[in-house]
Design a protein around this ligand. Sequence first.
Ligand SMILES: NC(=O)c1ccc[n+]([C@@H]2O[C@H](COP(=O)([O-])OP(=O)(O)OC[C@H]3O[C@@H](n4cnc5c(N)ncnc54)[C@H](O)[C@@H]3O)[C@@H](O)[C@H]2O)c1
Length: 257
Amino acid sequence: MAPPSLDFAGKAIIVTGAASGIGAATARLLGAAGANVIVADRCGEAAERVASEIAGSVACQTDVTDPAACKAMVEVARQKFGRLDGAFNNAGITEVSLLKDAPIPETHLLPLEIWRGVLSVDLDGVFYCLQAELPLMLETGGGAIVNTTSLQAHISYPRTAPYTAAKHGVLGLTKTIAKEYGGQGIRCNAVSPGVVDTPLTSDVIHLPDYKDMLLAPIPLKRFAEPLDIARAALWLLSDQSAYVNGAVIAADGGYLA
Ligand SMILES: NC(=O)c1ccc[n+]([C@@H]2O[C@H](COP(=O)([O-])OP(=O)(O)OC[C@H]3O[C@@H](n4cnc5c(N)ncnc54)[C@H](O)[C@@H]3O)[C@@H](O)[C@H]2O)c1
């Protein structure tokens, strides 16, 4: 029997939110495995920096809240590589990203622009990416899609209504795509990170008041590094997970257990 392969040579893979954190780690790992990576992020300069480290990759300034920009991102894959074999729909923000240092209000006081702002990136953005990616995957022989969810696709915390709703929604979308397109050679799965040390979280998770509280429910007793999540995403994007479809892999150190 041939050994299972994590070889991505000749494969074109889109990664969104690829300029930082989990997305950047996954783009680098995919590049090291031989993939041609479309390094997509709303921050074009940072995407260029990450892409410059990965041979055979291309940077693409993409705001996933804009359906036309998502279509243009897929056009880059078509023009540059003639195909699309995989997509890691990973760009995301939280309420804190929009409120900056202001405290997060209770749900009945939450400004509508915060609700809309989080949903537009974390849920609408994934939908717009899927709508853009699926036609090229169908055209060029199928592929593997991985969406980034969160602990909050399974559980919630107070004052996280938009993020929790969005991530539950992404899990539902993942299952729908798995059922709808599995017969056409497209698998769709989710990776569910626990607490990961990235620019999205680092301001908060290292605060003395929070650190011990956040570590307490994690059996592995450490926060994840972006690479911990990238490895799970890479497996789901690879042929090694050929019979995995509509699943969610929790890369959370045992938190949900
Ligand atoms: N860090 C954690 O603890 C954690 C836990 C669970 C889930 N997640 C999820 O992982 C994903 C990546 O988060 P991260 O921790 O690496 O964060 P990060 O802030 O390090 O990276 C997110 C990237 O997404 C980009 N981005 C934001 N809005 C965008 C938009 N509209 N269009 C395109 N790109 C956009 C940012 O520019 C940034 O480069 C997110 O979906 C997040 O919800 C993170």
